[in-house]
Design a protein around this ligand. Sequence first.
Ligand code: NDP
Length: 241
Amino acid sequence: MARVAIVTGGTRGIGAAISVALKNKGYRVAANYAGNDAAARQFQAEHGIPVYKFDVSDFEACEKGVQQIVRDLGPVDILVNNAGITRDVMLHKMTKENWDAVIRTNLDSVFNMTRLVIEGMRARNFGRIINISSINGRKGQLGQVNYSAAKAGLLGFTKALALEGAAKGITCNAIAPGYINTDMVAAVPKEVIETKVLPFIPVGRLGTAEEIARCVTFLAADEAGFITGACIDINGGQYMA
Ligand code: NDP
């Protein structure tokens, strides 16, 4: 039986590319999303991947969502924690809502989803947890103390869980993308991308969602069992840790 994978935020952008790449590798994939029903419907129609609407920042909603996925597809072997949002503003103007929304969606979500699948993975002696962090969790970014904190938090989570899962066949790794050509980056003013982002990417262009997805399928493979606790930077040379 093919292994089962959940991709949070799996209907648009990087997550959509990950869902499709995993499906193409033969996995049974569940793509989660938050509220953009039109995009989710189009994604499902185009790729034949079932979609599940629930808010990853809400533990009870995740509980119901994961139960439904398990009923439909079977026990979860691979979890890609990809869903994320930005609420960019300098700290001296940041509201508590800006802070909470980003921490809940980008970091609490990783606890919520991983907590719900980890016991089954331990019982079955196999698991792959892949957390999508960010270049800005590695190096910091002006206007993103909330986002940088959440994405850096993911890296600590990744290393600690790698230790906990090591003897149980469970790997936990992070990927830190640089600037990738998705709706999230389209929200940044074009002038900022042209003058403040592209000149600092040695490869000279934005990345593609497929370039991140390729790394996810690599880490998800049964053969990747010796890679754990790692953070893989995919950023066109913009930041070298
Ligand atoms: P997009 O904004 O293009 O897509 C985000 C996806 O996440 C959508 O499917 C969205 O659902 C879903 N989502 C958002 N909030 C929730 C929630 N509360 N519950 C469930 N699903 C949710 O983002 P990207 O593809 O650009 O980014 C994907 C990940 O990669 C994020 O974690 C981001 O921080 C990270 N990243 C992105 C970079 C980039 O340059 N794009 C760079 C570095 C990291 P819906 O369609 O319903 O809104």
